[in-house]
Design a protein around this ligand. Structure first.
Ligand SMILES: NC(=O)c1ccc[n+]([C@@H]2O[C@H](COP(=O)([O-])OP(=O)(O)OC[C@H]3O[C@@H](n4cnc5c(N)ncnc54)[C@H](OP(=O)(O)O)[C@@H]3O)[C@@H](O)[C@H]2O)c1
Length: 328
């Protein structure tokens, strides 16, 4: 495994982050394909053995049970100081707004609940999961800074935002000598490359680390078009992100397969190696032991400039999908 320091922080993370949305109680939340505690333990233990030290979860995953299962697994197999744990908070709910729960109260309560779920007294990275149009940015940044000062999180990050939103928030924080976002978790993979318009150059110029999600397009970049899996068949959110562009994307997925054949490696490795040329640490969802192997092997694979051009050549701009389609 290779490690990289997230810019503007002292967090040293594995080049692969383990996405933990696939852990939790499958009777809660949106996903029926997620793993119970025992299976979570196996995946987390395997990830740690492979050198993965970076874990991404959220309070919204399976109603907090992803955090719980992850926390229990990490307590069994890892020392707290050896791992980097990221979790996320949601916007204030309509009910909280009606009850005048402030941004500070909302964020502190969310973080306290996450820490309780994880069985930890701090997280390393606390991530603003999606933009809250009902709460002033200034109040959110003040509250996040207070969480850093209270020692409940070491750093803050952001997900599902436009570059201008992050730039504005970080400028506010800088002006007030507060913590700024050190990482950006956007939706980015070979068949969804809208982050390249503004986010990648913005992050590069400002030394903000990119840690994208759905690095394998929720499994589409790991197998030939038409091949099925339990998750592909049942994950309605992933379907909503990729169904409309499937015809166009399939040609790119075929090219991933051609490069995989050339190097006698898996399509997962090719897809992730490509992304590793662009970002600090992609987040990979793993729910089977062999998923970890594929992700880890990607770190040592090398692609030529010609391979990269071949993989990128067919892409044309896509409309925003998923959470970003509702960022307005
Ligand atoms: N911030 C956000 O809004 C947001 C949104 C979504 C996700 N996330 C984060 O990103 C993580 C990953 O998201 P994701 O699960 O959508 O994305 P992903 O990493 O693109 O897809 C994971 C899927 O890829 C397949 N896969 C993974 N490794 C493989 C391997 N070695 N060989 C073959 N197939 C492999 C599996 O599909 P099958 O199960 O079909 O085999 C797996 O379920 C989440 O756990 C979460 O932490 C964040």
């Amino acid at each position: 495994m290779e490690y990289i320091q997230l810019d503007n922080s002292d967090l040293s993370v594995s080049r692969i982050c383990l996405g933990c949305m696939g852990f939790g109680d499958n009777t809660k939340g949106l996903h029926s394909w997620i793993l119970d505690q025992e299976a979570t333990n196996d995946i987390v233990q395997q990830a740690l053995k492979a050198g993965i030290n970076f874990f991404d979860t959220a309070i919204s995953y399976a109603e907090g049970t992803s955090e719980m299962y992850l926390g229990k697994a990490l307590a069994l197999f890892a020392n707290r100081e050896d791992i980097v744990v990221a979790t996320k908070f949601m916007p204030r709910t309509e009910e909280e707004r009606a009850n005048n729960v402030t941004a500070r109260e909302h964020i502190e309560q969310s973080l306290n609940a996450s820490l309780d779920h994880l069985g930890m007294d701090y997280v390393d990275l606390y991530i603003y999961h999606m933009w809250d149009y009902h709460t002033p940015m200034e109040e959110i940044m003040d509250a996040l800074d207070a969480m850093v000062k209270a020692g409940k999180t070491r750093y803050i990050g952001i997900s599902n935002a436009y570059a201008y939103q992050i730039a504005t928030a970080n400028a506010y924080a800088k002006h007030h000598h507060q913590s700024q976002f050190i990482s950006i978790q956007g939706h980015y993979n070979l068949i969804f490359r809208e982050e390249e318009r503004e986010m990648n150059p913005f992050a590069s110029e400002n030394n903000i680390a990119l840690t994208p999600y759905s690095a394998l397009a929720s499994g589409r970049l790991s197998r030939l078009p038409g091949a099925q899996s339990t998750r592909l068949a049942s994950d309605q959110i992933a379907k909503s992100k990729y169904a409309a562009s499937a015809d166009q994307d399939d040609a790119i997925v075929q090219r991933v397969s051609k490069i995989a054949e050339k190097y006698q490696v898996s399509m997962t490795e090719v897809s992730l190696t490509w992304l590793l040329t662009k970002v600090a640490a992609p987040i990979v969802g793993a729910t089977k032991p062999h998923h970890i192997d594929g992700a880890v092997n990607a770190v040592s694979l090398k692609l030529s400039e010609a391979d990269i051009h071949y993989l990128e050549e067919l892409y044309t701009p896509h409309p925003l999908v998923g959470v970003m389609a509702n960022n307005h």
